[in-house]
Design a protein around this ligand. Structure first.
Ligand code: ADP
Ligand code: MG
Length: 275
């Protein structure tokens, strides 16, 4: 479990400095898939960095499985438990082959070679990249690079995986590949904290957190969160495209049920109306 208690973080020293994270309290359970959305500058990346002790709260505290991130002696353990994937796959590639790149983390953990090889194989197969293990990472597509970055993190066997807009720089094909990898990890029981500005990506989470000015303004199941259309619009967030389409159809007189989140649900609802 990850717990934040009244966490405050602001960049810089001055007191007029806006708080990037402002009195935030939150609990994330092991294995939970949480999507974090919010307008630019709302504090999502700051929150992500607070979760694995890349940033330390100025007030309040963050506990990762009971370990306080203010405690320097725990940083190594905390960062092993909370893996991070960032937006730009190019900045996360270190080695000259895919396999070596994924091995980098486990090597730093000082694991025996047999164990490293096993973890690399497993991690690459989890993101469907085993067939490209000998390739040079810089020649891969964005989606493939990002999957290598994910494999590198999961080869360290973290308990929580924090992803900060991992699909933002990818083309639609790359996005689909990364989302498929994340879905697969979820099925395997890994907790994922997924920051995104694509509303439809948040629709498949167990729980959606909406951030605004360093605070959480909505926290709940996607269906409920995306029913709060007025509040979302007030802070310049959209609802998923399919939810918006269903709402338009309803306004045009099509008697659809409330808040549909994806194509399957919309097709089902239309099918029921026709039958
Ligand atoms: P998000 O990821 O939601 O876009 P961030 O956590 O990056 O939000 O930023 C939250 C606030 O902190 C914003 O006002 C941003 O301008 C500010 N901020 C973020 N990083 C820095 C930094 N390195 N130095 C100064 N201010 C920063
Ligand atoms: Mg950000």
């Amino acid at each position: 479990m990850i717990t934040l208690e009244n966490v405050i973080y602001s960049y810089g020293e001055s007191s007029e400095q806006i708080k990037a994270v402002d009195e935030l309290s939150l609990t994330i359970e092991e294995g939970q898939h949480v999507a974090v959305i919010g307008p630019n500058g709302s504090g999502k990346s700051t929150l992500a960095r607070l979760l694995n002790a890349l940033l330390i709260p100025q007030r309040g505290r963050v506990l990762v499985d009971g370990m306080d991130t203010r405690d320097k002696d725990k940083w190594w353990n905390i960062r092993q438990k909370v893996g991070m994937v960032f937006q730009n796959p190019d900045n996360q590639i270190i080695a000259t082959s895919v396999e070596e790149d994924v091995a980098f983390g486990p090597e730093n953990l000082g694991l025996p070679p047999g164990e490293i090889a096993e973890r690399v194989k497993e991690a690459l197969s989890l993101v469907s990249m085993e067939h490209l293990k000998d390739r040079a990472p810089h020649n891969l597509s964005g989606g493939q690079k990002q999957r290598v970055a994910i494999a590198g993190v999961i080869a360290m066997r973290p308990k929580y995986l924090v992803m900060d807009e991992p699909t933002a720089m990818l083309d639609p094909q790359g996005r689909r590949e990364v989302l498929a990898a994340v879905e697969f990890l979820k099925k395997k029981g890994m907790g994922v904290i997924f920051i995104t500005h694509f509303m439809e990506e948040a629709a498949s989470a167990d729980r959606v957190l909406v951030m605004h000015r360093g605070r959480i303004v909505l926290d709940g199941e996607p269906r409920w969160v995306f029913e709060q259309e007025d509040l979302l619009r007030e802070i310049n967030l959209d609802i998923p495209p399919i939810t918006a389409l269903a709402n338009d159809l309803r306004r045009e007189g099509v008697p659809l049920p409330g808040s549909l989140l994806n194509v399957e649900e919309l097709v089902d609802a239309l099918w029921h109306l026709l039958n």
